[in-house]
Design a protein around this ligand. Structure first.
Ligand code: MN
Length: 338
């Protein structure tokens, strides 16, 4: 509190993701009547539709960080990051740093006020505790933002969470607007992506419990990732491969449920001789320069490799050897299956 006075303007810096946005909104609330003015500035452009929905529905005013903007402020705060995390933070003398990322002894954080709790799953949890201890009851939009921050950073309590995250989540639930939260979490797609979906639905092929689609030329390989994640949500599809060409490269995105097939090994077995290929148990990626395909059509290459898929699947260690003849047949006539 001794850092705040009514004469100064504060700028809160973030790298724009939900946890950072919520933390900034909470710190802005804490500073609100204690300083002259507060603004939130981010170092990146927000493009994910769920994050755009968060900013819009929860009314989080943000600006892009530029030197002329920064020049208008007296004091600087950083939330959900440490100064060494990004070159854009490097030139600032921060008065407040509040974060939950691991501490790096090579880059100690020096500021008049630092609060860093690496054990916490989200920075929103830390800010919720500050609001609580300052007896500031979060308004509906702020509570929803913090709830979403916790939900995102803990992957809905699937990983890296602390008891404090659960306590904060329960506390915020009382004040949050769950209809708004649902609207944000369901804002997964952009309208300009829908034509890709339509194309994918027409061209997809089923191979046993797998699915593959070649998307031809795409503007950005991001759409391949979005489609692959989408197909994972179909009950009967346990793995998929979505491929396309961008920047003279054939890019193949692999997704699986991580149960029967080791997807990273599958990617490696299928394509590592042509380019980079690999991944983890449930996700993989291959990138092949078109030059390496020597005149052969990318779709043709993928198709040939898939004929050997069963072999590749067998080689990947975690792979279930489902030897039943039914699936043999499925591979044999996959060409006719769509
Ligand atoms: Mn975070």
């Amino acid at each position: 509190m001794s850092l705040f006075n009514k004469k100064e303007n504060w700028l809160i810096l973030i790298s724009g993701d939900p946890d950072a946005l919520a933390s900034a909104k909470a710190l802005k609330r804490i500073l609100a009547r204690r300083v002259n003015g507060v603004c939130i500035a981010m170092i990146n452009e927000i493009t994910r539709p769920d994050n755009l929905a968060m900013v819009r529905y929860l009314q989080i005013p943000i600006k892009r960080l530029t030197p002329p903007l920064a020049a208008q402020y007296d004091k600087f705060a950083l939330v959900d990051s440490q100064p060494h995390h990004h070159p854009s933070f490097a030139g600032f003398q921060f008065s407040i740093v509040m974060d939950h990322h691991p501490l790096n002894p090579k880059n100690p954080v020096e500021a008049p006020f630092t609060e860093i709790y690496p054990a916490y799953g989200s920075n929103s949890t830390l800010l919720t505790e500050f609001l609580y201890n300052l007896k500031i009851k979060p308004g509906k939009l702020l509570a929803t933002a913090l709830l979403y921050g916790i939900k995102t950073d803990t992957h809905s309590f699937e990983l890296n969470f602390h008891d404090a995250d659960i306590r904060a989540f329960r506390y915020l639930s009382k004040y949050a607007d769950h209809t708004l939260l649902r609207k944000i979490t369901r804002s997964e797609f952009r309208v300009e992506w829908l034509s890709y979906f339509s194309y994918a639905f027409r061209k997809m092929r089923l191979i046993g419990d797998g699915l593959t689609v070649f998307m031809d030329q795409v503007d950005s390989t991001d759409i391949l990732v979005i489609l692959a994640d989408f197909f994972l949500r179909v009950h009967d599809v346990s793995w998929n491969m979505v491929s396309g060409v961008a920047d003279d490269k054939l890019v193949i995105i692999f997704r699986g449920d991580g149960i029967k097939v080791d997807i990273g090994k599958l990617a490696e077995n299928l394509f590592s001789d042509l380019g980079s290929a690999g991944g983890k148990k449930a996700m993989g990626r291959a990138e092949i320069p078109l030059a390496n395909l020597r005149e052969e059509h990318p779709q043709q290459i993928i198709w040939e490799r898939l004929q050997n898929c069963k072999l590749a699947l067998k080689k990947s260690a975690k792979l279930l050897a489902e030897e039943d003849e039914a699936s043999e047949e499925e591979f044999a006539d996959m060409e006719t299956k769509t």
